[in-house]
Design a protein around this ligand. Structure first.
Ligand SMILES: C[S@@+](CC[C@H](N)C(=O)[O-])C[C@H]1O[C@@H](n2cnc3c(N)ncnc32)[C@H](O)[C@@H]1O
Length: 319
């Protein structure tokens, strides 16, 4: 477990399973695309020998601050700040493209990002409506809500939040912002609660009404799904033959992308279905390893965040 500012903690999810999936080679080269607070990175470094290398990426300045300390203490480790869609660029710069033995993605936000009210990710904590993983890039959630058209909002809430009441919520936002801007997390959460019918029926197990809208805005303003698509494509070039790709997703939109990507890369170039082409000619780029892995009940009991985690693993096939 990693303890950070304000005593917040980030427990790495599916740690043993990730280490097994990556099957760390003593002096291998690894890339952790989502450093966070370095939970997975530290465990990987423990298994790496003196000549091993681990490069990590994160776009969050707080994550980078933690990583810089580790970088100064461990010469095998380097950190790069930026979106992980610069994966190939990072690998090129470090001269490791095509030689990397394992790449890890632990997608989404970290516990400290959620817990710090001023980052604006949580509807449970009063804070400015920001939600940028890198607050120096792009526009905040509040800026987007101030300027987005109603149709654009409906599309975002439906596509990235699968929110049934997308239209009602978008309409309420447009009407509210004519009176006063929506600038805080709790302001938006209250608006959603007022708009969505039939909340909090006694005995009914429900998620907070604002969950889906917050997820949708976060995914949209951080370009989360495009980032995953772009980085996964690059991982194929960065991995060495036999190199492992391990991806942890936290919701179905992410997992669907990962699952389809692995399936497609494992089935190779598309040929008309009726042609009798041997598998070797299809040139598959990946081999899927095992089935998707979920956290054990024991892990979920100590880390509820693990409940929705899904790990998928694949191996780069020799060209
Ligand atoms: C779930 S946390 C990772 C936690 C980490 N494995 C640990 O054990 O501490 C996800 C991290 O990935 C970062 N992240 C998410 N999407 C990113 C992207 N597209 N580019 C770069 N970093 C990203 C977030 O800023 C966050 O720090």
């Amino acid at each position: 477990m990693v303890v950070v500012k304000n005593g917040q903690q980030h427990k790495p999810v599916l740690l043993a399973e990730v280490l097994e999936a990556l099957s760390i080679i003593e002096n291998g080269i690894y890339i952790d695309c989502t450093f966070g607070r370095g939970g997975h990175t530290r465990a990987m470094l423990e298994q790496l020998g003196d000549q091993g290398r681990l490069i990590a990426i994160d776009r969050d300045p707080e994550a980078i601050r933690t990583a810089r300390v580790l970088e100064s203490e461990d010469k095998r480790f380097s950190i790069e700040q930026g979106p992980f869609s610069i994966l190939k660029e990072v690998a090129d710069r470090h001269g490791v493209t095509g030689q990397v033995n394992g790449i890890l993605f632990d997608l989404g936000v970290s516990s400290p990002q959620i817990d710090e009210a001023e980052r604006g990710f949580s509807f449970m904590r009063e804070g400015p409506l920001d939600m940028r993983m890198d607050p120096d890039q792009g526009i905040s959630a509040a800026e987007w809500l101030a300027s987005a058209g109603e149709r654009e909002m409906v599309e975002v809430f439906s596509k990235y939040g699968e929110e049934r009441y997308a239209k009602r919520i978008a309409r309420a936002i447009t009407e509210t912002r004519e009176e006063s801007p929506i600038e805080t997390t709790t302001q938006l959460a209250r608006l959603v609660i007022e708009v969505i019918p039939g909340q909090n029926k006694p005995g009914q197990k429900t998620i907070h009404p604002a969950t889906k809208v917050f997820q949708a805005i976060r995914i949209f303003i951080n370009r989360e799904l495009d980032e995953i698509r772009e980085a996964l494509d690059q991982a194929l070039e960065v991995l060495s033959p036999g190199g492992r790709l391990a991806v942890i997703s936290f919701h179905s939109l992410e997992d669907r992308i990962v699952k389809r990507f692995m399936k497609k890369a494992a089935s190779g170039d598309p040929f008309p279905a009726n042609l009798p082409v041997p598998v070797s000619m299809l040139e598959p780029k990946l081999k899927v390893i095992g089935k998707m892995i979920r956290a054990s009940e024991e892990e979920i009991a100590v880390n509820p965040r693990a409940r929705s985690a899904v790990l998928r693993v694949a191996e780069r096939v020799a060209a």
